[in-house]
Design a protein around this ligand. Structure first.
Ligand SMILES: N[C@@H](CCC(=O)N[C@@H](CS)C(=O)NCC(=O)O)C(=O)O
Length: 226
């Protein structure tokens, strides 16, 4: 059975959504990043980047949520747009836009807003601005069409949902008012039974909740300790 290494964070949750939507049987294996389990040699053998998610599907190991979404969509032939160069080009563009822009800028915005020990105004503004700009581009596209690629629900919508559903954490409580079209998509996906199961998956295992020294030490540059 496919092994899914996960935590309750946004990137694993998008893959949980795909697994649930596609009805693929999987074994969910918790990796508690607040206990530093992502740095254990046995997990690094699966994902040398020490991040979640990763999957092991028979003799195939895939890490990075975007690579996993593409791998699983191609394997199952589900949640990909109809064949053709135009649709394929669009899918890859928007998938990489979420992978290289929405995800990293949102992640850093959360980091500097919530976890950074010093509130560095320049960093706060820089990441909030870029996250907001990226969400704005998704919102503008969704003003013109129902889904991000073509008129069907694809892995790109799942990819964007993973981060957009936590927009209040990324940008503050009031931020939803700026993205009504993106909110429409997030609400539609969140109401799907598969999305409810994906979000509830984290409750099947006991993850550490405290953001203590052990949790923060994962991100601490080692040279600060010498
Ligand atoms: N590009 C990677 C990023 C993975 C990532 O940053 N995962 C976060 C959870 S959303 C993580 O594992 N954080 C733990 C840590 O940074 O130690 C992906 O999309 O899978």
């Amino acid at each position: 059975m496919l092994k899914f290494y996960y935590s309750g964070a946004p990137n694993p949750t998008k893959v949980a959504l795909f697994l649930e939507e596609a009805g693929l049987p999987y074994e969910a294996i918790p990796v508690d990043t607040r206990k530093g389990e992502q740095h254990k040699p046995e997990y690094l053998a699966i994902n040398p980047n020490a991040k979640l998610p990763a999957i092991v599907d028979g003799d195939v190991t895939v890490f990075d949520s975007n690579a996993i979404l593409l791998y699983l969509a191609e394997k199952t032939r589900k949640f990909l747009p109809a064949k053709g160069d135009k649709a394929r080009g669009e899918l890859l563009s928007w998938l990489m836009f979420v992978a290289s822009g929405v995800g990293p800028y949102s992640g850093q915005s959360v980091h500097f807003r919530i976890y950074a020990p010093d509130k560095v105004e320049y960093a706060l503004n820089r990441y909030a601005y870029e996250a907001q700009r990226h969400f704005g581009i998704l919102d503008e596209r969704l003003a013109k069409q129902k889904y991000l690629v073509g008129d069907t629900y694809t892995i790109v919508d799942m990819d964007a949902w993973g981060w957009a559903r936590i927009i209040p954490t990324v940008l503050g409580e009031a931020a939803w008012t700026k993205f009504p079209n993106l909110k429409r998509l997030v609400d539609e996906i969140s109401a799907r039974p598969a999305a409810r199961r994906a979000v509830a998956l984290k409750d099947k295992h006991k993850f550490k909740t405290e953001m203590d020294d052990e949790a923060l030490s994962s991100w601490r540059p080692p040279w600060l300790d010498t």
